[in-house]
Design a protein. Structure first.
Length: 332
């Protein structure tokens, strides 16, 4: 019998890869999208009769996922991947914090009311739930699966970056609180990725402006020989490994885990070095700079790597696949 998985936020970068992987393994998928146009777009992309969609116009609405679960009693796995991402919010509470928390709680309440058959829930959280935005560049700090950001709700309202970090922390905290209080029968696990690089799930999804994390890579491609190099740096994981982690989280029957997804560190200089080394067309056009040691918090995800049991893709592989796809799209 086919297992049916609900994936919220189905148009997202990680979600598209996760759905593609689910379909390739024979799962049926019900994706939630904000509009019918987005749903029809996905129908064309996936071109698979095992994929269908339901419309959830707003994460923040009371009972946002009720109708989707009422209609689909066959769903036994819920991957909650929908969450607001914006770094230009005017009203941080209304645009980031509340939708993230309410969307997560709404999903869990819908499962409680209309999804008694659901056995596994996986939520896409973030490294941002584990570290304070003012501390992630502290080279003396070690962040592990047990770490939590110390950011407060009030601090989260200071600016959109703090708001994003706060939204991830408080949404995840709300999920664990609900799970502890209600003691449902399903398993609950989190996937907490750092910066997520890699190719789009479909070549046709390459746009002038890409999702936030891949835009770090994309904007470097537009630099010229004398351009100032952005000061971006951080920890990275490939999107395909993040997708695999979502499946592992429910296929293994775990509960209570936070899968901290990190492969290695990067900087603008290290990315540019990979561009020049791997693509002849970029050798002469981009600025050059020595790759300095990267001073950021250390990520200790030994537990996650042990649990998952597969090697994570390295930075060069991820960037070559990502940039190769972007350059091919530009040639067309």
């Amino acid at each position: 019998m086919t297992t049916t998985v609900l994936v919220s936020g189905a148009t997202g970068f990680i979600a598209q890869h996760t759905i593609k992987l689910l379909l390739s393994k024979g799962y049926a998928v019900v994706g939630t999208v904000r509009t019918a146009a987005k749903g029809e777009h996905l129908i064309k992309l996936f071109a698979n009769e095992l994929f269908s969609y339901e419309i959830v116009p707003s994460l923040d609405a009371e009972g946002a996922f009720d109708d989707a679960l009422k209609k689909h009693s066959e769903i036994t796995v819920f991957l909650h991947m929908a969450s607001p991402v914006t770094f230009s919010a005017d009203d941080i509470e209304a645009e980031l914090l509340r939708p993230a928390v309410n969307g997560t709680v709404s999903a869990l309440k819908a499962i409680q009311k209309y999804g008694p058959q659901i056995k596994h829930v996986v939520i896409t959280s973030s490294y941002c739930a584990m570290v304070h935005p003012a501390q992630w560049q502290d080279p003396d700090l070690v962040v592990s699966e047990d770490s939590w950001s110390s950011i407060s709700w009030e601090e989260s309202k200071e600016n959109a970056l703090f708001g994003y970090f706060g939204s991830k922390k408080f949404a995840e905290k709300a999920a664990w609180s609900f799970y502890e209080q209600e003691k449902p029968k399903y398993t609950l696990n989190m996937v907490n990725p750092v910066f997520v690089f890699g190719p789009q799930a479909f070549d046709s999804e390459i746009k002038d402006q890409l999702n936030h994390s891949v835009e770090v890579v994309n904007k470097l491609l537009s630099l010229e020989k004398g351009s100032e190099i952005p000061s971006d740096k951080g920890s990275f994981v490939d999107v395909r490994d993040v997708a695999k982690a979502h499946l592992a989280a429910f296929e293994n029957g775990w509960t209570g885990k936070r899968l901290l997804m990190n492969s290695e560190d990067f900087s603008s200089q290290s990315l540019l070095a990979i561009f020049r080394e791997s693509f002849d067309s970029l050798k002469e056009s981009l600025p050059t700079a020595a790759v300095e040691p990267i001073e950021i918090a250390k990520v200790d995800n030994k537990k996650t790597r042990q649990d998952l049991g597969f090697p994570f893709l390295d930075l060069k592989t991820s960037i070559v696949d990502c940039v190769g796809q972007i350059l091919n799209a530009k040639r067309k």
